[in-house]
Design a protein around this ligand. Structure first.
Ligand code: FAD
Length: 366
């Protein structure tokens, strides 16, 4: 099953990732085609219309996409995070309706961040207010990945005394999707701000139909996102390792291949270490996902932190090995260099992951 999706993703991306990066967009028919095969949220169970991949299978699929095109992988992460939030918090009816749409070509994004709520999601100010059998949303979401392509955005906001996640169709009056101009990396991932101005929706769009703890909602959604980003980073590292090894084998300086210069060999060894350590922490977290382990949320933070740091280092190392050959827009390692940096910011920055890991250590659970 995952081999079929792997081939499909490989075929759809082909050699087009660099062009999509330069253009800043992926053709919508590519995304809808992959979505209609369930490839963008492949962990959704078969009974809900999905492909029912395990955490490990979905992780390796995500790494495969990440090695080829981080922008497309970012769209997968957003779609998967939206699907997981619906799966985890939706009523039976919401799961059936919304997830069926997402496994049949519909596209989704998630929106937590706001101008004053970046690392500090407790500062979310978007409001969701009851009005008869409807709710009214007002707020300003920023940097929602894939929102430029999305049919729906899962919006997190204040509801009653706590919080809620609402499935907001992007064609609802009052919704404005404003693409982020020229992002540093993952340029074709459709990052956009989402403005909500008196957006009126049936109350049935509020997941679970009731209010929840904001911390619980965001942690559950982010745990999927962290795992997915971590696997995406494994993909970045694998592509950097392949590119650096290939270049070091063939490029000669001082009368011999670069690989025979010991300092370059050391760079290659660091790339191997990055690939192995990142894969192992991701496998551990995916095992926690599959076993429904209580360790999952900590394992996902650790995987994301290790893999993002290693990917940023690996991409920088690969550019160093290729030197001028890797210093051109359109080169895979140059793209990896920009994309990997952003992985240290999203789904909990380096610092936020470190704070969570330290807190766990102090609680004696790390
Ligand atoms: P800030 O929170 O202002 O932080 C600035 C710096 O200070 C960072 O280095 C941070 O680590 C550090 N810092 C903050 N607080 C502390 C602290 N207590 N201790 C130590 N250091 C601290 N958001 C969404 O909702 N949905 C998306 O799909 C999405 N996709 C994104 C994709 C990309 C490529 C990017 C760049 C962002 C995306 N975001 C998304 C937003 C992302 O979640 C935030 O950028 C991130 O949470 C950091 O917030 P900030 O940029 O406001 O930085």
């Amino acid at each position: 099953m995952s081999d079929e999706l792997r081939d499909l993703i490989g075929t759809e991306i082909g050699d087009r990732a660099a062009a999509w990066d330069l253009e800043g967009s992926i053709p919508l028919e590519v995304l809808r085609g992959l979505g209609a095969k369930g490839a963008l949220c492949a962990e959704v169970p078969a009974e809900l219309g999905g492909r029912g991949l395990t955490g490990l299978e979905n992780g390796e699929l995500t790494a495969h996409a990440g090695a080829l095109c981080s922008s497309l992988r970012s769209v997968m992460t957003s779609q998967g995070m939206a699907a997981w939030t619906i799966q985890r918090f939706g009523t039976r009816r919401q799961r059936t309706d919304e997830l069926t749409r997402l496994t049949q070509g519909g596209l989704a994004a998630v929106a937590f961040s706001e101008p004053q709520a970046g690392s500090d999601l407790a500062a979310i100010a978007t409001t969701i207010v009851d009005d008869g059998d409807e709710v009214v949303l007002n707020g300003h979401k920023v940097w929602s990945t894939a929102a430029a392509y999305a049919d729906v955005v899962v919006v997190f906001g204040r509801y009653r005394d706590e919080a809620a996640a609402v499935v907001v169709p992007t064609d609802t009056p009052g919704v404005t999707v404003r693409p982020v101009p020229q992002p540093l990396g993952c340029r074709a991932a459709g990052h956009a701000d989402v403005l909500l101005d008196d957006v009126r929706l049936p109350a049935a769009k509020v997941l679970s139909g009731t209010s929840q703890s904001l911390a619980l909602l965001t942690t559950i959604a982010l745990t999927y996102g962290r795992l997915s980003v971590a696997w995406g980073c494994v993909g970045i590292i694998r592509s950097c390792l392949r590119a650096a090894a290939s270049h070091a084998r063939t490029r000669e300086q001082f009368g011999k291949p670069l690989a025979q210069h010991q300092l370059i060999a050391r760079h290659l060894s660091e790339l191997v270490v990055a690939e192995q350590t990142s894969t192992r922490v991701c496998e551990h977290a995916a095992g926690c996902w599959d076993n429904r382990s209580a360790e999952l949320s900590g394992a996902a933070v650790l995987a994301k932190h290790v893999a993002a740091g290693q990917a940023a280092h690996a991409a920088s190392t690969a550019v160093q090995v290729l030197a001028s050959a890797g210093s051109v827009d359109g080169e895979a390692v140059a793209r990896a260099y920009r994309d990997a940096k952003l992985m240290q910011i999203i789904e909990g920055s380096e610092e936020i992951c470190q704070l969570i890991l330290a807190e766990r250590a102090l609680e004696g659970v790390a």
